[in-house]
Structure formats: structure tokens, C-alpha cells
Ligand binder design. Structure first.
Ligand code: ATP
Ligand code: MG
Ligand code: MG
Ligand code: MG
Length: 469
């Protein structure tokens, strides 16, 4: 049974053999790209190579790219712990052509790797194509001999890939694996497609357009290929598992979490362990790439992920900071593939330890307040926005942490109430400034804050957030 580390090597080796340059993962903080919060796919570092702004000394590349999807167009934070297939941090394996090969080669590459190199039975696979893309459908028929009912035409954005609100994009074809009738879920495009029976493993994008801010789109001068396959998803498959969290690497982290908390990895704390394992990876890799917890921008997204994880640690009944004690296990697994992780180990541990120590000073009291409020609410009632705001303002609970805590209890936050409590506090702050005799400076400050948005909230209103960083 191949390990994730082995699968990563096999993938890169396969494309290297086929004339692709093995390129290192780019950092999680995109270089010179104000439109994107974190690197969310393999194509990010090649964006300008697709649009023709930049030429490279190779026109075929392959990567294992670190990705974080915890904000912006692709946000999987709320899926973690609840689906078999989503992480906030994952590795995307990809092959790229910059104006070199196109559909008729990209499809056979993917098919051969999956069915020959990896030995996945053909009957378990099905594909989707963009509804107007007859070309892709024909190619699949020819290359894989798939019957028409296994080539599903999709008219939605699921088969038109975009990195964010702007940038290179195009129709895509995706490969799905059928995990069998025992698992709930329908094929792509059906009403039950959100289930976990049919798992999307690989997306092959035919890069041929560029989207602009004003909504217009142009055809790119050259036709390119951008693909992405989640290492953890193909790993689950090749390890005979259905669930990403049962792959070797994730499983070791879950067991470490269970050991440190003296809990059963598969007992009632199961979701907590999964969230902890996932969030440990995203926070550690973000810190290794230079993000530090703060109250604004990327740093606030990091802090939100950390604090969410810390609440889950608390829910396991652990009294002392625990996240930092899981770092050695992570580094021992991934430090060889990502040396920046090993280099940053002391910083990661210290940052996690001090954040958790600090947050623990208010976490317990905040959770008690929350429980108290809930016990007074009518059955199924939403948490008043004012309470969520108090938790945010006094106890350091990011809104999404409160929402995550409520979800286990089938409740939600009254968001309008939260927003108005926030607006009220801002108005008070403005009035206080105005009364302080520093009116002119204050007016300027508030104008700037309003023009650029309150940065603390980056990541809530995520579409807007992307544009603001
Ligand atoms: P899904 O529909 O399952 O959310 P996606 O369509 O959002 O996936 P893409 O943007 O097409 O995913 O990314 C390419 C590939 O990256 C996916 O086919 C999948 O293998 C992997 N992937 C995407 N999101 C995640 C995630 N949150 N965790 C792990 N792997 C992921
Ligand atoms: Mg998704
Ligand atoms: Mg999808
Ligand atoms: Mg997809």
C-alpha cells in the first residue's frame, strides 16, 4: 500500500518522464497577487504564464502544491470534520502545459496514470465535461472507451474553473471515483451530488480564457492545461479507504491527538480529532510561510483557524495547551518533502503554545456564557447577535468559531443582529473620537477604514475579502 509520500513521488515522476519540469511548490502566500488570500490551487504560481505576461524556460511543468482553502472563492473551513474529502490544507498534484499540449494529450495522460500506473479499475471511474464541450466528450470516448452515461455533461460553474474573481480560467473535465452503493451520494450533477459516494479526484482545466473585474472575458492567445488532483483523495483511494482522514498521514495525526488527550480516535471525539489534525496542518504550514496570527487580513484567518482548533481541543477535556505538542509528528511526516516546515518548527510550536495559552484565559468562560444563553433560548432558536458579538469582543471568539460551536447543537447565529451590534460599536468609537478633540485625524482614519473595510472581518465576507488584501 503506497504512502502519501510515495504517491507524490510517483505522480511527479510520471510527468517528469513525459517531459515536464518538476517545479517546487510556491508559498501559501501568493507572491505579488493582491487578488488572492492564500494559494488555493496549483495554477496560482503559473497565472502569468497562462496569460502570456511571463515566459518560462519550460512549457510543461508538474508540481505538488501546498494549498489552503479557508476563505475566498474556495472555502472549505466548514466542511472539515463533516465530509470525507475536504481539508483546509491539502496538497494538489498537477501537470501544466503552457501553450504546448491541450485536450487530446491531457486526457490520456490522466487516464494512463490512473488506470495503468496506479491500477485503478476503469469501471469505478466516471467523468464530467462542460455541457458544450463535445471535443472533451469525444476524446474521453476514444481514449477511455467510456459509455455515454459515464461522461456527464455539466452546465454549472463546477465545470468552468476559476481561481478567484479574476484571472485565467476555462472549461474543465473532472474525474470521479465511485466508492459504491454502501455510501450515500449521487453522481455529479444529481440532486445528491454532495454525498461522499462519488468523489471528485482530478480536475483538468482547459485554460483558454481570462476573466476581468468588470465581468468581461477574453480568449487567451494560447491554449493551455492546468490540472489538480488532491493527494489525500487519490491517497485514500490507493490505500483502499473511502475517507481522506483514514490515509496514513492523517491517521497518524488523529492518533497523536487521541493519545495526547487520552481519547479514543474513533469515539465520540472523532470530529474533534479530525478538525484538530486538519487545522494543525494549515496553521503550521501558514506559519512556516511567514503568516503570524493577528487581528487583520491573512493573520486573522490564521488566528481563526487556530482558535477553532483550540476549542476542539478543549472539547476533548484537555486542560493544557495541546496543539504545539502535535507539531513533531507533523514535521516527522512532512518535513522531508517541505523543508521549510522543519526549519520553522520552533516558531510554529512557540506560536501555537502562546496563542493557546492566551486563548484559554477566555475560552472556558466564553463557552460557559454560550451554554448559559443556549439553555435560555426556545427550542431551535438562533443565538442573539448581541451574544455572538459579546463573545467576539470580550472573549476573543471569531464569529465562525461561535457558528462552529453552535452547529453541533443544530443552532445558528442571528447574523443581522451580530452585524448591527458591530456597527453600533463602530459608531460609538467614532463618537468617542469626535469628542476627544482629535476630530480631523479621526475623520481621516475612519474614512480610510471605511474605504478599505474593517480588515478584522476579512474572511467573513469572503468575496470582498479577496479584493482587499
Ligand atoms: P469539491 O467539489 O470536492 O469541493 P473542488 O471542485 O472544489 O472539489 P477543484 O477546485 O476542482 O476542487 O480542485 C482540484 C482538486 O483538488 C479536486 O479534484 C480535489 O481532488 C482536490 N481538492 C479540492 N478541494 C480540496 C480540499 N478542500 N481538500 C482536499 N482536496 C481538495
Ligand atoms: Mg470545493
Ligand atoms: Mg467540485
Ligand atoms: Mg473541481
Amino acid at each position: 500500500m503506497p504512502s502519501l509520500n510515495e504517491i507524490r513521488s510517483t505522480f511527479l515522476g510520471f510527468f517528469e518522464k513525459n517531459g515536464h519540469r518538476v517545479v517546487e511548490s510556491s508559498p501559501l502566500v501568493p507572491r505579488n497577487d493582491p487578488t488572492l488570500m492564500f494559494t488555493n490551487s496549483g495554477m496560482v504560481q503559473f497565472k502569468n504564464a497562462f496569460t502570456g505576461l511571463e515566459t518560462r524556460d519550460y512549457n510543461r511543468a508538474t508540481t505538488a502544491q501546498k494549498c489552503v482553502r479557508a476563505g475566498g472563492k474556495h472555502n472549505d473551513l466548514d466542511n472539515v470534520g463533516y465530509t470525507a474529502r475536504h481539508h483546509t490544507f491539502f496538497e494538489m498534484l498537477g501537470n501544466f502545459s503552457f501553450g504546448d499540449y491541450f485536450k487530446s494529450e491531457a486526457i490520456p495522460y490522466a487516464w494512463n496514470l490512473l488506470t495503468k500506473e496506479f491500477g485503478i479499475p476503469k469501471e469505478k471511474l466516471l467523468v464530467t465535461v462542460y455541457h458544450t464541450d463535445d471535443d472533451a466528450a469525444e476524446t474521453w470516448k476514444k481514449v477511455a472507451g467510456l459509455s455515454d452515461d459515464r461522461i456527464i455533461r455539466i452546465a454549472t460553474n463546477d465545470n468552468f474553473w476559476q481561481m478567484g474573481p479574476t484571472g485565467p480560467c476555462g472549461p474543465c473535465t473532472e474525474i470521479f471515483f465511485d466508492h459504491g452503493e454502501d455510501i450515500w451520494g449521487g453522481p455529479p450533477g444529481s440532486a445528491d451530488e454532495d454525498g461522499d459516494r462519488f468523489i471528485e479526484i482530478w480536475n483538468i482545466v482547459f485554460m483558454q480564457n481570462e476573466q476581468f473585474e468588470d465581468g468581461s472575458m477574453r480568449a487567451l492567445d494560447m491554449q493551455s492545461i492546468d490540472t489538480g488532483m488532491g493527494l489525500e483523495r487519490i491517497g485514500a483511494l490507493l490505500q483502499g479507504k473511502h475517507d481522506n482522514y483514514d490515509t496514513d498521514l492523517m491517521r497518524d495525526l488523529i492518533e497523536a491527538s487521541a493519545n495526547l488527550s487520552s481519547n479514543d480516535p474513533d469515539g465520540p471525539g472523532k470530529v474533534h480529532h479530525r478538525v484538530i489534525a486538519d487545522h494543525l496542518r494549515s496553521t503550521s504550514f501558514l506559519i512556516a510561510d511567514g503568516v503570524m496570527p493577528s487581528n487583520e487580513g491573512r493573520g486573522y484567518v490564521l488566528r481563526r483557524i487556530m482558535r477553532r482548533a483550540m476549542r476542539h481541543v478543549h472539547m476533548l477535556g484537555v486542560q493544557d495547551p495541546m496543539m504545539h505538542r502535535l507539531v513533531p509528528e507533523l514535521v516527522s511526516q512532512m518535513g522531508a518533502a517541505y523543508p521549510e516546515l522543519s526549519r520553522a518548527q520552533p516558531l510554529i510550536q512557540e506560536t501555537l503554545r502562546s496563542e493557546e495559552t492566551r486563548f484559554r484565559q477566555t475560552l472556558d468562560r466564553g463557552l460557559r456564557l454560550l451554554d448559559d444563553e443556549l439553555s435560555r433560548l426556545p427550542e431551535g432558536g438562533n443565538l442573539p447577535g448581541e451574544t455572538a458579538f459579546k463573545l467576539y469582543d470580550t472573549y476573543g471568539f471569531p464569529l465562525d468559531l461561535t457558528q462552529d460551536a453552535l452547529r453541533e447543537k443544530g443552532r445558528a447565529v442571528d447574523i443581522e443582529g451580530f452585524d448591527s451590534a458591530m456597527a453600533e460599536q463602530k459608531a460609538k468609537a467614532r463618537a468617542a473620537w469626535a469628542g476627544s478633540g482629535e476630530t480631523k485625524d479621526a475623520a481621516i482614519w475612519f474614512d480610510i477604514a471605511e474605504q478599505h473595510g474593517v480588515t478584522e472581518f476579512l474572511g467573513y465576507d469572503t468575496e470582498e475579502a479577496e479584493g482587499q488584501i
